[in-house]
Design a protein around this ligand. Sequence first.
Ligand SMILES: [Zn+2]
Length: 269
Amino acid sequence: MRFIEPHAHMVSRTTDDYAALVTAGCAAVCEPAFWAGFDRGSAAGFHDYFHQLTDFEPQRAAKFGLPHFCWLCLNPKEAEDLRLAKDVLALIPQFLDRPTVLGIGEIGLNKNSRNELAILERHIELAARHDQLILVHTPHLEDKLKGTRLTIDALRNQPRIRPERVIIDHVEEHTVKLVLDAGFWAGMTLYPTSKCTPARAVDILDVCGTERLWMNSACDWGESVPLNIPRTALEMRRRGWSAAAIDRVIYQNPVQFLSQCPKFRLPPD
Ligand SMILES: [Zn+2]
């Protein structure tokens, strides 16, 4: 089995997790910038975090032979402080040329507030200006449908954004069609309880097919399972999916989307 882990917060994980991912067939890991579990006090905190994502973490992954890529942004949970957000947005361009940066993410909404939306729009504009791919986080539970609609509107309002260069993550049964019908890619996050469980993700694949869909574990500092992609592949196999179709979802699809960034390169087999 081979797979890409397109959304994992490895700065929060142990070397055992790296070893387990590689042993299970992981061919590359991609790490969006996100919330640390607490609000950072200054833009300098983000500067150090972006260094960690673009410098230290790829070296840590390389010790396991695993290519590590990242996405940069200010996450929506910290977007309420507009002054901080402005300072962090100003920092991002100096990191965009680094060799493992794939684009802007995970941007989006958390509580669908006015300030979050303003900062989401600034990130979209930044991505358009620098011709970057976009990875979007969608809100939790009752805020998800409204937040997904607001995000799609914000993306459509920026005419330079092409939907095939945007992945909208954490889709569930009630948002996946909205995202795919608008021409975007959709990501299913495999959490032990919330978001999509492996069984629910395979239900969605049964209904929607495999076009423009990927899966990720989004493992971080909370309760999450770094091996949930291969575990979901086992669930697909149990339910009669062919090896070729499984490979398409867990390997070829992420490679297809991510290869739109010329920096996404895998070592030859
Ligand atoms: Zn995340």
